[in-house]
Design a protein around this ligand. Sequence first.
Ligand code: SAM
Ligand code: DTB
Ligand code: SF4
Length: 362
Amino acid sequence: MTELLKEREAGFPAKAGIQSNIATGPRPAPGCTEIRCNWTRPEIASLFDRPFLDLVFDAQQVHRDHHPRKQVQLSTLLSIKTGGCPEDCGYCSQSAFAETGLKAEKLMDVGAVLASAAEAKASGSGRFCMGAAWRNPKDRDMDSLCEMVAGVKAMGLETCMTLGMLTQAQADRLSAAGLDYYNHNLDTSPEHYGAIITTRTYQDRLDTLSHVRASGMAVCCGGIVGMGESREDRVGFLHALATLPTHPESVPINALVPVKGTVLGDMLADTPLARIDEIEFVRTVAVARILMPLAMVRLSAGRESMSEACQALCFLAGANSIFTGDRLLTTGNAGACADAALFAKLGLEAMTSEEPARVAAE
Ligand code: SAM
Ligand code: DTB
Ligand code: SF4
């Protein structure tokens, strides 16, 4: 019997503050928490307001109800098309509106992408995530993108792409090529969104998410904290995710990486808002875990400048996925040595595949 099943058999007390009325989530909920897509903002705000230790304790209990407690899923990122993006996302080094000195490049060759995926596989990663600095893919790029997906999948890696907005036809093609996950973030609350991005709307993002969902791919959707937003915005952001018709399978929580030459990097530099308070960041992770019990919550950008203690608290609060390697898309990441050392200190293990974890939890 697995540790998880033993724990389940021993039973967990019902969780105060988590009321469950409807179950409209992606899979039937094991354990004693139910999956809700009808969370209200006041409920979410009161989770944020809880005493920190109570919140983290409850998040860890929800986590253990649904996931193996020691395993962390590893994803590796590759920027397959860097820079020169026509969107004006205020946080992004790759926006043509930013003055970061980043050179715009063309879409990488399929062979070079596959070579990079092979390295990721050799270093123990389970998922390869390919990102492009596009508003949306052009139809002329679809053949190469599908070849990349098929090639990476043939190596035994899970596949993920993030290419901007997708039409239904594009989502269907990528899904048919074997794409497992599509990453498309809501980024922040609907109210704060206009202060960060003006070239596409919140509704555009929701439309892409619904195309991805309809195509049968798993949805990876999260956002960024530390963009000068209020607590209320963090409530609104998690509310938008947790009230999608089906929760995302994967929820990346990024801490803003302030890049010089971007609107936000320059605006927040040398202000108290330059970095999100670590305790508030952990709270955001814990609330995400409680709202979306089945999702893989990914501790994403910003880990490089995060203390080990903060990362440990994030794992305690229910984060169970990270990006590995020493680069994200254009900025640095913690790196394999630092991660191996941290995992050894904390007694964490790399999840070999997400599937067995789901099975174990069911
Ligand atoms: N162009 C595509 C799009 O925006 O949909 C895909 C790539 S984009 C870089 C993917 C996500 O990375 C963004 O939605 C944002 O949440 C995150 N991101 C980008 N720059 C970041 C930064 N400086 N700090 C933290 N997260 C960032
Ligand atoms: C996500 O939510 N975070 C990743 C992934 N999805 C594509 C990207 C983080 C990018 C950090 C800034 C950079 O390296 O350019
Ligand atoms: Fe372009 Fe994506 Fe960066 Fe926005 S986040 S500027 S869409 S690459």
